[in-house]
Design a binder for this molecule. Structure first.
Ligand code: AMP
Length: 201
């Protein structure tokens, strides 16, 4: 199974080639076609399995195929528990998407808010964020989430462990109910299952 057979197209294939990612990992083989078909997924995945590519690659594919009628709006939102993971996911978006016209940024706490606001003002297609800082930015009217088509909860179990559940629920309520939901978690506790169910309401 090649990345091309999974439904990815140039210029994403070219970036993968440059990165010497020759073969999709197990989770990438399973998740990419399902995500490209527009379905919601709930995936059990540890770091190191290629899980980031399993949602970043189809997300880039879907957004790159769209004409961008609302270029100033966020089309895909990735929530992560930590600033380190946010930066890492954004780096993947950047490297896999370097030959597309898709724009992205990461926002997280513990860093100055003004430069983050300035980037958001220019408009980004893919926003990677930690929940608390994202809510601050929404409250300051620096970003709107009403055009989000794809919502990713990355390391959802860590986000719940860190007490982000109320922030996550507030954020979900600001996105359109028609969005596609992608939930990644290393474990599937009853809390995670409850969160997954609430995404479908
Ligand atoms: P992740 O599990 O998303 O944290 O990815 C772990 C590492 O594997 C990262 O350094 C990726 O760049 C790398 N990686 C992801 N997918 C592939 C692939 N299909 N082939 C080779 N390396 C990959």
């Amino acid at each position: 199974m090649s990345f091309k057979e999974l439904g990815l197209s140039e210029p994403i294939l070219k970036s993968l080639e440059d990165l010497e990612h020759t073969k999709p990992s197990e989770i990438q083989q399973q998740a990419i076609p399902v995500i490209l078909a527009g379905k919601n997924i709930m995936a059990a995945a540890q770091t190191g399995t290629g899980k980031t590519g399993s949602f970043v690659l189809p997300m880039l594919e879907m957004l790159h195929e769209q004409a961008k009628p609302y270029s100033k709006n966020v089309h895909a939102l990735v929530l992560t528990p930590t600033r380190e993971l946010a930066a890492q996911v954004r780096e993947s978006v950047h490297s896999y998407g370097k030959l597309t016209n898709i724009t992205s940024t990461a926002v997280f706490g513990g860093a100055k808010i003004f430069p983050q606001k300035a980037k958001l003002k220019k408009g980004v297609d893919i926003l990677v964020a930690t929940p608390g800082r994202l809510l601050d930015l929404v409250n300051q009217k620096a970003v709107k989430l009403d055009q989000v088509q794809i919502l990713v909860l990355d390391e959802a179990d860590h986000m719940l462990d860190m007490g982000f559940i109320h922030d996550i629920k507030k954020i979900i309520a600001m996105t359109p109910p028609t969005r596609q939901n992608l939930l990644f978690s290393a474990t599937f506790s009853p809390e995670i299952k409850k969160l997954a169910q609430s995404l479908g309401d």
